[in-house]
Design a protein. Sequence first.
Length: 392
Amino acid sequence: MTGLDSKLFEQIVSFRRELHAEPELSWHEYKTSDRIAAFLDQLGIPCKRGVAGTGIVANLPGKHDHLPYVALRADMDALPIQEETGLPFSSQVPGVMHACGHDGHTSMLLGAAALLAQEKDRPAPIRFLFQPAEETGKGAKKMIEDGALENVALIFGGHLDRHFPAGTVAVTDGPVNASTDQFHIKIHGQGGHAARPHEAIDSVVVGSLLVMALQTIVSREVNPAHPSVVTVGHFEAGTASNVIASSAQLDGSIRAQEQSVRESLHRSIERIARSIGELHNAVIDVTIDLGTPPLSNPPDTAELAREAVRNSLGEEALRKLEIANMGGEDFAYYMEQIPGCYVRFGSVLAGKEGFPAHSSRFDFDEQALNVGATYYHAVGLAAGRRLLAQGE
């Protein structure tokens, strides 16, 4: 495998461990940003700080600077989790942990920056995006608002994935992440004495019917070939055992891998809530908060990513997603603006297979850092060659 030499790999591993020991929550990645800027400065790559608050944008010129940029993105925030890995470089910040691999994402992109800085023939200019607050689902949108995609034609990103062995990259056409919307339903009934239900409108009964009815949306209204989820995660009502609740609150999550299904789920939730309210003479208010959109790879840019994997890591390194991933990823906001591809870096660590991302014991195989850096280097060049060919 080409990629980082032993000295640079050691640097990248050391950098990752430093980040891991001092994780920072979304919108507060100050020390992380300082470290990234210092590393880029050592590489001779100028950067703009303060993008989206703590984010960084760094530009590397290409041989043909009339071409638009190829962007490579890494997220850098941690999670409010108390670490229990027992690693010698465990988090030193109580209640905060890099439990989703963003320390790895940042480190592999810096490795790619080092490789690309050494590259004598960069067809198109490269832009490195170090993004805050992915865990909030809002960091990418703020980066875009602050101009991170100006004059960018293609964008590439990825995520560590324990479902694949280290040394592999999963590249998939079509859906790779789901939308992450939330719904909030307020039921207004009529309170009363438990002994005289005929004088009341029982919000618990109405809410219970609503919970069950919502479960029929995915099972009976959505094509089984299109993965989607409607989950009621919170149901609150009542104050005492002998009092009929006058109101109830339901909150939940909506997930879909396609925009048309996403919109259909919204309409179904509103329709069912309205109908049950009319059935029981209750007033029901529905609010849907939009989260990240679905993330889907266009076939042509996915093939470009596969080409980069084949050329740099070999055909045997290629994998694809075999099952639907219903997690969200705010990289989707970039892909709403410009084409690109989002991949998964195999990173399963022996003995840690049972600890998924967002677990207090999550860890990954650090060989994935070399794989990620190698891939980003290769795809940055491949994308530049495509832009050059299109320009000619």
